[in-house]
Design a protein around this ligand. Structure first.
Ligand code: ADP
Ligand code: MG
Ligand code: ZN
Length: 487
């Protein structure tokens, strides 16, 4: 029997507002700031205080909802989600339950199987909890509470159970992250926990429509962890089903070091959150006019940009998707073309996704940190186009540029890297190479034609890689032919 996995994702993203969701405390980097410096009676959960909704947070949430093609509710409600935990001073989290901010959207993802639509179930606003740090001191265990993060605006995006592989789950998470970064509502810095993933996984007979009990994997904070954990659960559940065992609903964590999930609580121990409407907040009313204003302010999103790049620059889908994943890279690419409109967009795209991405992967630098500007890269590509340097030289010049910040012209001039394109100079180089290797020459004349490539290599070596390869090829062919005729 064939089995198929069923996966739904819950994504939590902190919103990059200046102040928290329901008070005026500043939002600080919770990995950098001293503990408990951004706390007031509201976010500390003191009795008698009143929350006030952060308008910017609502607007940011609307941006995401619209980018995901969700329908925004004209009226949504805040609810109290009750549970006890030391990082939650109020004893409840303000969230949205029955009447969320937005519902029924879609996200297009790309995997090795092509394009796929994942439906979005809902998008709602809530507040983050604080952070606990567990320490050992003098043989005693302590838990330290930092409430800087308590009350920070949090957006939860819940997908329908539409994904059918760990690869799709990862692609969904990556695409969503790319979008919220484009929208400027989240930094996307997963090492700081500003986006967190939870994956719900079940397995069923292939082709069946039923939804089997799901296992929820909590707090995955990297794409790799997400993909590995989902794969792990798929394998585990498939094995169980093959043995005729039932999969029971439970919540698990991911052990990063051992690459296994571990049980946190079963269905029986599941929380009863006793949701009820937040009595201290009025309904959230959003008029059509506000929605239209937010929609009009959305930037060009990655999918639209990729389509435009395919159209405008004749790029293939894969290259276009790579270029648009980060807004800064897409902007860098277009700035290169703008700096020199005579450049071939395809060639420029190849250099950005090839050499430049290679450098960025290797050094961990992002686009903004590069020591060269788009105009600098355009100059280098222009020199190739003008036959002033060849591809191979250009690649090493680019590395030099990225290391030193020097311009292509300067490096080519000081290192004497200018390409030799002059036909007479090249004719001399070719003649010398043929004369210096009489053994290979006679083998060639006896019919070993593949040696022409070997001669090509000899000429390029003699020219220290600087000869124009097309001119060398043509000249070599001509000289070899005339020797063949005279032999
Ligand atoms: P909860 O808060 O109880 O986890 P949510 O509605 O917030 O509920 O999230 C449920 C998530 O689980 C959604 O992403 C949904 O697509 C997914 N899901 C629901 N049923 C299944 C199932 N049988 N298998 C896999 N995922 C599922
Ligand atoms: Mg859940
Ligand atoms: Zn506060």
């Amino acid at each position: 029997m064939e089995y198929e996995p069923v996966i739904g994702l819950e994504v939590h993203a902190e919103l990059l507002t200046n102040s928290k969701m329901f008070c005026s405390c500043p939002v600080v980097d919770s990995t950098q700031a001293a503990p408990n410096i951004a706390v007031c009676p509201v976010c500390a959960g003191m009795p008698g205080v009143l929350p006030v909704v952060n308008q910017k947070a609502v607007e940011y949430a609307m941006r995401v909802a619209l980018a995901l093609e969700c329908k925004i509710a004209h009226l949504s409600l805040f609810d109290r989600k009750n549970y006890f935990y030391p990082d939650l001073p109020k004893g409840y989290q303000i969230s949205q339950f029955e009447y969320p901010l937005a519902q029924h959207g879609r996200l297009v993802i790309h995997t090795s199987n092509g394009e796929k639509v994942v439906r979005i179930l809902r998008t709602h606003l809530e507040e983050d909890a604080g952070k606990l740090t567990h320490v050992q001191k003098d043989g005693q265990s302590y838990s330290l509470v930092d409430l800087n993060r308590a009350g920070v605006a949090l957006l939860e995006i819940v997908s329908e159970p539409d994904m059918r592989s760990a690869e799709e789950a990862r692609a969904y998470a990556e695409t969503l992250r790319s979008i919220i970064r484009y929208l400027g509502v989240n930094s996307g810095d997963m090492s700081k926990g500003v986006i967190r993933f939870e994956a719900n996984v079940s397995v069923r007979e292939a082709g069946s429509e039923i939804l089997n009990p799901r296992v929820e994997i909590k707090n995955l904070n990297s794409f790799r962890a997400l993909e590995r954990a989902v794969l792990y659960q798929i394998d585990l559940q498939t094995e169980k089903m093959k043995r005729g065992e039932a999969v029971v609903q439970e919540t698990v964590g991911w052990d990063e070091a051992r690459e296994v999930t571990f049980s946190q609580r079963s269905k029986e121990e599941a929380h009863d959150y006793r949701y009820f409407p937040e009595p201290d907040l009025p309904p959230l009313v959003i008029e059509s006019e506000w929605i239209e204003r937010v929609a009009a302010g959305l930037p060009e999103l990655p999918a639209a940009k990729a389509d435009r790049f395919k159209q405008e620059y004749q790029l293939n889908a894969n290259i276009a998707l790579q270029l648009v994943e980060e807004r800064s890279t897409a902007d860098f690419y277009e700035a290169v073309l703008k700096a020199d409109p005579s450049l071939s967009p395809k060639t420029a795209a190849g250099w950005v996704t090839g050499e430049l991405f290679g450098w960025m992967n290797q050094t961990g630098e992002c686009c903004e940190e590069l020591r060269i500007s788009p105009a600098d890269l355009a100059k280098l590509l222009g020199m190739i186009q003008q036959n002033e340097i060849n591809q191979t030289t250009a690649k090493s010049v680019l590395v030099d540029m990225l290391q030193t910040g020097k311009s292509a012209q300067e490096l080519v001039a000081t290192k004497g890297l200018k390409q030799i394109s002059n036909a007479e100079d090249i004719a001399v180089l070719v003649r010398e190479a043929l004369e210096a290797n009489p053994k290979e020459m006679s083998a060639y004349l006896e019919g070993k034609e593949t040696l022409s490539n070997w001669f090509f290599g000899q000429v390029m070596r003699a020219a220290h890689g600087k000869a124009n390869p097309q001119v060398v090829r043509a000249e070599l062919e001509q000289q070899l032919n005339s020797r063949k005729e005279n032999s």
